[in-house]
Design a binder for this molecule. Structure first.
Ligand code: HEC
Length: 355
C-alpha cells in the first residue's frame, strides 16, 4: 500500500473512533489516590466567611477596555468571582481540597469529583471560555468548610493571633503530594493533606521548625489526633456532606428522552470519568452488562435487580445503596430534569445487557 493510500485510509477510519470522546481535553480532569493533580487556577468560593480572608487584598471594579478602539470605554468590569492564589488538589474521587496560599490554610475539602473547567476552558470542540465569571465550578460532595480563626495553634496561640500575616514559601512534591511550607514569625510550618480510607475524611500532617507545641482547634469538623509530639501533629478531619455540586449547569435543551441524549449527558456530566462502557475497571462500576444484572449491595443479604427504578435511584441518590466493593460518597448525586434522567437510563439500557 502506498503511503498516501495508507494516510487516506487512516483519515477515513479515524474520525468515527474519536468522535465519542472529547476531542482535545476533558473538562473534568481527575488525579489519582496516589498521584494527585495540582491545579493553580481561580478557585470557586462555596460561601466562605469573609473574615477568613483577612490578609487578602480587596479588588475593585476596573474600567472597560475596548481593544479595537485601543482605549477605555464606558462601563466597568467586576473583579473575577473566584479565590486567587489558592491551589486545588485532587486525589481522584477520594479527596479534593483547596489550600489558600495567602492565609496559608485549608479552605475546604470535597469528595466524588474535582472541578468542572467548562467556564474556563470552554467547549472541547471550540475552546471558547465564558467572558465573565469563568471560574471553574465544583463537582462532588463538599464535606469541610473552614470558619473562624486559623485552626492551627503554636504553643497555645492560633496563627491568626500572630503579629504578622503568615508568609507562604512554596510547596514541594513529596511522593507526588504537595507539602506546603509557610512562615509564622520565626517558625517554618509544613502542612500536608492526604486522602483517607474513611469516607468524608482527610488526613492532615503538620511540622514546625524551630519546634513548638502544635494543636488543631476547630468547631467545624470532627478531629481525631493520631500522632502528637512537639513539632509534629497528624490528625484525621471528618464531617458530613454540607452541599452537593455537579459542575457548571448546561442547558442542553433536551426535548425528548432518547439514547443519543443519554450519551450526550453521560459525556457532559463527566460520568465517563468514573464509569467505563467496555467492562474495564474505573473509579465506579462499569456500565457494560449492568442493565438486568444482579447487583450485590453493601449491607444487603440478597442481590438487587438492576432495572429502571434501580438505575434511576443510583443516579438521583447514589448513597441510598452502595455497590459492594465501592466506597460511598464517591459519586455525587445528580440533580437533573426528568427527561434527562430517563435519557441516561435509556442509554444504560442500550448497552450490552447483563444476566
Ligand atoms: C466521581 C466518580 C463518579 C461519577 C462522576 C459518576 N459516578 Fe456513578 N458511581 C460511582 C461509584 C463509585 C459507584 C458505586 C458506588 C455506589 O453505588 O454509590 C457508582 C454507581 C453508579 C450506578 C450503579 C451501578 C451499579 O453497578 O449498580 C449508576 C447507574 C451510576 N453510578 C450512574 C452514573 C451516572 C449516570 C453518572 C453521570 C451523570 C455517574 N454515575 C457519575 C462513581 C461515579
Amino acid at each position: 500500500m502506498t503511503t498516501r493510500l495508507r494516510l487516506l485510509l487512516t483519515l477515513i477510519l479515524l474520525p468515527p473512533l474519536l468522535s465519542a470522546a472529547p476531542l482535545t481535553y476533558d473538562n473534568n480532569p481527575l488525579g489519582d489516590y496516589d498521584f494527585p493533580l495540582v491545579f493553580r487556577t481561580y478557585m470557586p468560593d462555596p460561601g466562605l466567611d469573609d473574615a477568613i480572608f483577612a490578609h487578602h487584598g480587596r479588588s475593585a471594579n476596573s474600567p472597560k477596555y475596548n481593544p479595537s478602539q485601543g482605549k477605555d470605554v464606558s462601563g466597568e468590569f467586576k473583579p473575577v468571582d473566584g479565590i486567587p492564589a489558592a491551589i486545588g488538589v485532587n486525589h481522584g474521587p477520594a479527596l479534593s481540597y483547596c489550600f489558600d496560599t495567602t492565609e496559608c490554610r485549608l479552605l475546604y475539602a470535597w469528595q466524588g469529583g474535582f472541578l468542572d473547567m467548562y467556564p474556563y476552558w470552554g467547549d472541547p470542540s471550540r475552546g471558547n471560555r465564558l467572558s465573565n465569571n469563568y471560574v471553574p465550578h465544583l463537582v462532588g460532595s463538599l464535606f469541610y468548610k473552614t470558619s473562624g480563626q486559623h485552626p492551627l495553634h503554636l504553643d497555645g496561640k492560633s496563627i491568626s493571633a500572630a503579629d504578622t500575616a503568615p508568609k507562604f514559601l512554596g510547596y514541594s512534591l513529596l511522593e507526588h503530594s504537595p507539602t506546603f511550607r509557610y512562615k509564622v514569625g520565626p517558625h517554618t510550618i509544613t502542612a500536608r493533606i492526604l486522602p483517607s480510607e474513611d469516607p468524608l475524611t482527610l488526613q492532615a500532617e503538620f511540622t514546625c521548625e524551630p519546634m513548638a507545641k502544635l494543636a488543631y482547634q476547630t468547631n467545624d469538623a470532627k478531629i481525631t489526633v493520631t500522632h502528637d509530639e512537639p513539632g509534629n501533629l497528624v490528625l484525621l478531619l471528618s464531617h458530613q456532606v454540607i452541599e452537593n455540586f455537579q459542575g457548571f449547569p448546561r442547558n442542553l435543551n433536551i426535548k425528548e428522552a432518547t439514547v443519543a441524549n443519554g450519551q450526550l449527558l453521560f459525556e457532559t456530566y463527566g460520568c465517563m470519568i468514573c464509569h467505563s462502557l467496555d467492562g474495564s475497571a474505573s473509579h465506579g462500576p462499569t456500565f457494560a452488562k449492568l442493565y438486568g444484572s444482579q447487583r450485590k449491595i453493601t449491607g444487603l443479604d440478597k442481590p438487587l435487580l438492576a432495572d429502571d427504578a434501580y438505575l434511576l435511584e443510583s443516579i438521583k441518590d447514589p448513597n441510598a445503596k452502595t455497590v459492594d466493593g465501592f466506597p460511598p460518597n464517591y459519586m455525587p448525586p445528580f440533580v437533573l430534569k426528568d427527561l434527562e434522567y430517563q435519557s441516561l437510563v435509556l442509554f444504560i439500557q442500550s448497552l450490552e445487557k447483563g444476566e
